[in-house]
Each structure stands twice: as structure tokens, then as C-alpha cells.
Design a protein around this ligand. Structure first.
Ligand SMILES: NC(=O)c1ccc[n+]([C@@H]2O[C@H](COP(=O)([O-])OP(=O)(O)OC[C@H]3O[C@@H](n4cnc5c(N)ncnc54)[C@H](O)[C@@H]3O)[C@@H](O)[C@H]2O)c1
Length: 421
């Protein structure tokens, strides 16, 4: 449980943030995204990298701007070349390997889409900010408390540099959710007193190990089933719903107490199911529940009970009539709107910065996982302030920088077991 923090990574990013706060010269954003073309790089050319690139291109089209792909980076050649073929991207703009992100960031890209497994996000995001790029960062943004705090630190540097940062929590850019949030803030259901957030579905996919794959290739290809790269599905997937709870309540939980287990999974080291009590203080509790199991009842969403009504995240609301300002969005798709919001905010000279917001939601999901893995109650202060807590400096066993050196030790494919016999 108590693996040592990688001091080098921690010092790099905190020193970066510290320099910005100390008033040291800061490399400003290289671009204000106000030309007729936006040059984009993609780091992580899998399903979402490809999807987010399409969403970015559509956002540019909506705004009447050209999109130019100047770099595609991925750990593996097959993933880069498949995306390159789709968009006709030249060979010299394709970068392969665990250090490909550095080459992509060294191009004249202005806007970077980061869609690798989340274990790599803190390192890649800090490097993108250092290089002065506007960032679209897929959720979640870390797998351990150290990584989440690194993202918050890099987000502060981004602010100083005038960089835009938007996260792939698309519900925050969708009309249905935005309207319900505005109605709740206007008192439509009174004060939220409790609720449940859920992602109960099946395992999205498993990659079986193939002959000739090294441990490094295996864990990277099968990342969705290893906590070290995914954060476990409570972080990787359920962070969407946890994020909605934090957003709608307007505050962070004070503690998490969870449990979970594994019944069916045949690969990796994750749990199949989690049940977590998120204590938001003032006797307000949100039940966070998630499960990846085939053949079981599926439900994904959020429900909140207030003193004067109730509502589903982006759905039905039973409560008082309230008037809210009309919400006008350029796109009906949250995944397109998030790029529009990033681009237009930078162009207007008021860059959106969602780094802290998504890092905090990610950290709540991480603390929920750690509570379930260990059986312990974990307080928010234990992962943000209390340096004596064993959870504060907790780092997953495989360090993202070790991939760049090719030094991976594959974790055992068994889940953690909390408690004592
Ligand atoms: N917003 C959403 O609704 C949504 C939906 C799906 C996925 N996601 C998120 O997007 C991210 C990617 O998920 P995905 O479904 O595209 O997975 P994927 O496996 O399809 O793609 C990940 C890609 O990253 C590459 N990669 C791995 N390590 C790398 C490294 N160190 N450097 C460069 N490339 C590397 C892989 O080879 C792969 O091509 C995850 O964080 C996931 O949670 C978000």
C-alpha cells in the first residue's frame, strides 16, 4: 500500500507551479487560437483520441475555422497509422513510442488532445503546459493522489500562462445537465439532502495477452483492466457520475467509506463492483455505486433528493417552477461543445481552466477506490493536506515514467483484499 512517491516527478511539477507563483518569467501561451486555422496534435490515438479529434474538427467547422493535424502520437505504430490513414496524415507527422508525446509537443501545434490511459495524463499534461499548448484532457486525469495533485499544480501554471484547459466530462457542456444545474441553483428542488450516482454496466473490453508481447506492451494494450493505468473502473468510468454529484452539490465530500470485490473478471487486478458512501457533510450522503459485470441489470446516471423535490442528472425534475437564463449552445453534442467552449474562451481572452475541477473529481473517485481496496475510511484531507496519512503519498505500483525507460514490472493479476482473517 505505501509505495514511495516518485520524488522526481513530484518535484518537477510542483517546482514548475512554484516558479509560476513566485513570479518567475512564465512562457505564455504560444497561440490565442484566433487564426483561420488551428493546429492540433493528438496524444493517444485509440478510440477516444480518434473520437475527440472528430469532435474537434466538427467544433472547428461550427466556428468556421480550419483544423490542421500536425502530429499524431501513440505508443504503438498500428494505432497511429490507423488514425493517420483515416485523415490522410503524412508519415513525418506520426510519432511512435512512450516518448512520442514529447515529439508531438515539439511541433507547432497550438491545441493538444490527450487521450492515453489516465495513468500517463499527469506527466503528459504537465509537459503540454510547459510547452505552452492549449489542452483538451480526457477524463480521468490521474490514478493516484500524487498524480491528481500534479494535475492541479500544472493547471495553476496553465492559468498563469493564459492556456485553456477543458476536460472530457461532457455532461458539464450538455444543455440538459446545464439546465438542471441552473434550476437547482435557483432553488427548484430546495437543498440537496442525498442521492445516488451509478455506472452499472459491463466490462467494455479485455485484451488477451499475445505471443511476443512484453509485459510493457501487455499492460499498455490491456490498460483498461489494470489499476495502475486506468485507476479501476470507479475512476476510469464512474468519475463521470461522481463529477456530476460534486458539480450539483457545489462542494467536495469530506470522506469516503467503500467496499467492493471481484467475482468474474479474468484479467488485470481490478474489482468488479464498488459501493461507496460519500459523506458531503451536514448529514448529506451520496451513494456511489458502480459495477462491470455482464448479464446483470444496467443503470447509468445520477439522482438527487432535495428538501422540495428531486431530479435526475440531465433528466426529469420534480420540483418548483423557477426561471433561469436561456442556455444557448452551438452544438447539441457535449463532446463537440466542450471543444467549442475551449476554443471560444481562449479567443475571448478568458481561457476556461477545468484542470482543478476534473483533478478533484478524479481524486474523489481515487479515494473511493482506495477506501474499498483497504477497508478504511478516507477523508478528503488525507489525500490533499495530511502528509502523515498513508494515503497522501500513495502512488500506484507502476510509474508512468518507467514506461519511457522500458522498466515495467507487471503487477500480479489479482485484486486487493481488504481487512484481516
Ligand atoms: N469522455 C468519455 O466519455 C470517454 C469515453 C471513452 C474513453 N474516455 C477516456 O479516454 C481515454 C482513452 O480511452 P480510449 O477508450 O480511447 O482507450 P484506447 O485504448 O482505445 O486508446 C488509448 C490509446 O493510447 C495509447 N497509449 C497508451 N499509452 C500511451 C503512451 N504512454 N503514450 C502515447 N500513447 C499511449 C494506446 O496505444 C491507445 O491507442 C481514457 O482516459 C478514457 O477514460 C473518455
Amino acid at each position: 500500500m505505501n509505495q514511495p512517491i516518485n520524488r522526481r516527478r513530484f518535484i518537477t511539477t510542483t517546482a514548475l507551479a512554484g516558479a509560476a507563483f513566485a513570479g518567475a518569467p512564465v512562457l505564455k501561451a504560444q497561440s490565442k487560437l484566433n487564426g483561420s486555422t488551428i493546429k492540433v496534435a493528438v496524444i493517444g490515438c485509440g478510440g477516444r483520441g480518434s473520437g475527440a479529434l472528430n469532435n474537434f474538427i466538427e467544433a472547428c467547422k461550427t466556428l468556421g475555422v480550419n483544423a490542421e493535424i500536425v502530429a499524431l502520437a501513440d505508443a504503438f505504430e498500428d494505432r497511429v497509422s490507423a488514425l493517420a490513414k483515416k485523415h490522410g496524415v503524412a508519415k513525418e507527422l506520426q510519432f511512435i513510442g512512450y516518448e512520442a508525446y514529447k515529439k508531438a509537443l515539439a511541433t507547432d501545434c497550438e491545441y493538444v488532445i490527450m487521450a492515453t490511459p489516465p495513468g500517463f495524463r499527469p506527466v503528459h499534461f504537465a509537459a503540454a503546459v510547459e510547452a505552452g499548448k492549449h489542452c483538451f484532457i480526457e477524463k480521468p486525469v490521474a490514478v493516484d493522489p500524487v498524480g491528481a495533485r500534479d494535475v492541479i499544480a500544472a493547471g495553476e501554471v496553465a492559468k498563469k500562462k493564459g492556456l485553456g484547459v477543458v476536460a472530457g466530462t461532457q455532461r458539464r457542456h450538455q444543455k440538459d445537465y446545464l439546465e438542471n444545474k441552473a434550476k437547482i441553483d435557483a432553488g427548484a428542488i430546495g437543498e440537496i439532502r442525498g442521492g445516488v450516482v451509478q455506472w452499472n454496466g459491463r466490462i467494455p473490453w479485455i485484451k488477451k495477452r499475445q505471443d511476443g508481447w512484453s509485459d510493457t506492451e501487455y499492460i499498455t494494450r490491456n490498460w483498461l483492466n489494470f489499476t495502475e493505468l486506468s485507476g479501476d473502473h470507479i475512476v476510469e468510468q464512474h468519475v463521470h457520475n461522481i463529477d456530476v454529484a460534486i458539480w450539483f452539490l457545489g462542494r467536495l465530500p469530506v470522506s469516503a467509506l467503500g467496499f467492493g470485490g471481484r467475482a468474474r473478471r479474468v484479467t488485470g487486478n481490478q474489482f468488479d463492483f464498488f459501493s461507496v458512501d460519500l459523506d458531503f457533510g451536514d448529514d448529506v450522503h451520496i451513494h456511489s455505486q458502480c459495477r462491470q459485470l455482464a448479464g446483470a441489470y444496467g443503470r447509468v446516471g445520477e439522482m438527487f433528493t432535495g428538501t422540495e423535490g428531486s431530479c435526475f442528472g440531465g433528466g426529469k425534475m420534480n420540483g418548483k417552477e423557477v426561471s433561469i437564463a436561456e442556455i444557448i449552445l452551438e452544438s447539441e453534442h457535449g463532446m463537440v461543445q466542450e471543444h467549442i467552449d475551449l476554443i471560444t474562451s481562449v479567443r475571448a481572452g478568458k481561457p476556461r481552466n477545468e484542470a482543478k475541477q476534473i483533478a478533484e473529481s478524479t481524486l474523489v473517485a481515487i479515494m473511493s477506490r482506495m477506501s474499498s481496496y483497504t477497508g478504511q475510511l478516507i477523508r478528503w484531507v488525507d489525500v490533499t493536506q495530511n502528509e502523515k496519512s498513508p494515503f497522501y503519498n500513495y502512488k500506484c505500483q507502476v510509474d508512468p515514467l518507467a514506461f519511457e525507460k522500458g522498466e515495467i514490472i507487471l503487477p500480479a493479476e489479482v485484486p486487493p483484499v481488504p481487512g484481516k482473517v
